[in-house]
Design a protein around this ligand. Structure first.
Ligand SMILES: [Zn+2]
Length: 250
């Protein structure tokens, strides 16, 4: 029993060609690292220019009711930049919507469209907005914004006032996929993924279960990430992988 649900026909493709440019779109700081940190590290090592887009400010990412939220926002930006550096990613763009209050309306779509047109990625990665029984609204809206931002970016009649050339990516990979039909092999890049995740020091307690005994719990956390990657790899006979829903017809 795993968290993975293969697509109906059981067919799983392996490894896109290394993109020249990639854009990963996450709701919160750390989502990108969980979702596709290994693939981004692999592509960056092969020369891909990686841009990360974080839609919210991460200001609810604390269990401390007295947390200094402005301080938390600044800290989480720094953590995301450190995580991106651990993957070899370049620019990190922050849209700073309030954590927990992300919407996927026209204004937000215009913002994502702009980033797609500026970054001009060959491959976009994001949350699967169609993941069943998903509770967190930000993850659903972030997924919709990735999909709908691409639709807007490729068509010259969406947001012409941006004055930017339209751009059509060639591939979209959705993590937390409701139906997995693609994996990216990440052997050799698990350590980079774990390093990126551990850069989110403020999330160790709430998200990663690292609290009382960091050295032991870090190992348990790393083993959890390794086991997930092994489960995904098993879908395609690989040692370690990250699972996605793949959409090519953009
Ligand atoms: Zn999140």
């Amino acid at each position: 029993m795993t968290y993975l649900d293969p697509a109906g026909d059981g067919r799983v493709t392996v490894d896109l060609p290394i993109p020249g440019r990639a854009l990963a779109i996450g709701a919160h700081p750390d989502d990108i690292d969980f979702g596709c940190g290994g693939a981004l590290a692999k592509w960056a090592a092969a020369g891909c220019a990686v841009t990360e887009l974080v839609l919210t400010d991460g200001s609810k990412g604390s269990w401390d009711p007295n947390a200094d939220r402005a301080g938390l926002i600044a800290l989480r930006r720094e953590e995301q930049r450190a995580a991106a550096a651990a993957l070899g990613a370049g620019e990190v763009v922050f849209l700073d919507h309030v954590d927990g209050e992300l919407a996927s309306g026209l204004a937000e779509r215009e913002e994502v469209c702009r980033v797609v047109r500026e970054a001009r990625p060959d491959v976009v990665l994001g949350h699967d907005p169609w993941k069943r029984y998903r509770l967190h609204p930000d993850h659903r809206h972030a997924g919709l914004l990735a999909v709908e931002g691409i639709v807007a970016a490729r068509d010259p009649h969406f947001f012409p006032e941006q004055g930017l050339a339209p751009h059509r990516p060639s591939g979209l990979l959705l993590w937390e996929a409701d139906e997995v039909d693609h994996v990216e092999a990440i052997d050799g890049f698990l350590a980079a993924k774990v390093a990126a995740l551990l850069a989110h020091r403020s999330q160790w307690e709430s998200t990663m279960g690292i609290d009382r005994d960091p050295s032991a719990e870090e190992q348990i956390f790393e083993e959890r990430i390794r086991q997930r990657a092994a489960d995904a790899g098993a879908l395609a006979g690989l040692p370690l992988a990250e699972p996605f829903k793949r959409i090519d017809r953009l």
